[in-house]
Ligand binder design. Structure first.
Ligand SMILES: [Zn+2]
Length: 299
């Protein structure tokens, strides 16, 4: 069903036609220990009733694999597969978050680091992905799925958000090879408004706002520069903050789509309610972006 352009529309072209409607589901944090199963069921029902044709995830698919022992990580991935098999009726494209990496924090995960599924190996295997980052075309649009999270060389239980050299070179080449309007997704925001909210008033004494390199991409300037130069990137999606934000820089719109789990499947004062983004893409390179409640309330 064709909907009338809304106030959020970025186009006034009366001839434009929608070519794809999809949902951005980020920060699912699936675990058998909290009500993620009914919460995810509700999210799928709500989004699918909206007529989505695809789900693009934003990472943090399971509660945690980064600093968690194998038996628990096994339970979380098993539940994720069960939930998607039972409730998801549209194609899914997955993006990986920090919590999907297995055992970078080796001391807490009780791993040595030489296991075949250590690090990114586990989620690539679980999701049958050939690579951490990739791109694909759908309905006249180009999609780029980035992989934000790298180990922190100074602390095995921390991480940093940036594109490694290989990924950045790949991104430049991939964007140079397409003329299609492009949607990019990364787990950690490349540019975000909410990081300054997180920084809080305590920073006043230091006379500066400090934003951690695990919270926002450390390479925002060069990556945004790549987006600007190519001119095709319309919409850049992220998660990670469990907050909803939207900003625009040099014609590129950056949106953080909250979290499907809200505050990790618990009621939470600071973080968003369970949300997802409903996105319409049009044949003139414009889009509509809306954040909606999944309909689930954490008990
Ligand atoms: Zn998360």
């Amino acid at each position: 069903m064709r909907e009338a352009p809304t106030a959020q529309s970025n186009s006034t072209n009366a001839a434009r036609a929608r070519t794809l409607r999809f949902a951005h589901f980020t920060d699912l944090h699936i675990t058998p220990d909290r009500p993620s199963e009914p919460g995810m069921k509700q999210a799928f029902e709500t989004a699918q009733a909206d007529g989505i044709e695809m789900i693009l995830t934003g990472g943090d698919l399971i509660m945690d694999g980064f600093a968690t022992r194998r038996a628990q990580v096994d339970r979380e991935w098993a539940l994720l597969h069960k939930i998607f098999q039972e409730h998801c009726r549209v194609p899914v494209e997955h993006c990986l978050g920090n919590h999907d990496i297995f055992g970078f924090c080796r001391s807490k995960a009780e791993l040595k680091g030489d296991e075949p599924d250590y690090g990114y190996g586990r989620s690539l295997g679980e999701l049958k992905l050939g690579a951490r980052w990739r791109s694909f075309d759908r309905n006249g649009w180009h999609f780029i799925v980035l992989s934000s999270v790298e180990p922190d060389p100074d602390n095995e239980c921390a991480y940093l958000a940036y594109l490694n050299d290989e990924q950045r070179a790949w991104l430049e080449a991939d964007l140079a090879a397409t003329k299609l309007p492009t949607v990019v997704v990364s787990h950690v925001p490349i540019i975000t408004v909410t990081a300054t909210i997180r920084a809080g008033e305590s920073e006043r004494k230091k006379k500066e706002t400090v934003i951690a390199g695990s919270q926002v991409h450390l390479d925002a300037a060069p990556v945004h520069g790549i987006f600007r130069r190519t001119g095709n990137v319309k919409l850049v999606l992220s998660g990670h903050m469990h907050l909803v934000d939207r900003c625009e820089a040099d014609g590129v719109t950056y949106c953080c789509s909250g979290a499907v789990c809200g505050g990790w499947w618990k009621p939470h004062k600071t973080y968003c309610e369970p949300t997802y983004a409903l996105i319409d893409l049009f044949n003139d390179g414009s889009f509509d972006y809306r954040v909606k409640p999944t309909g689930w309330t954490n008990p």
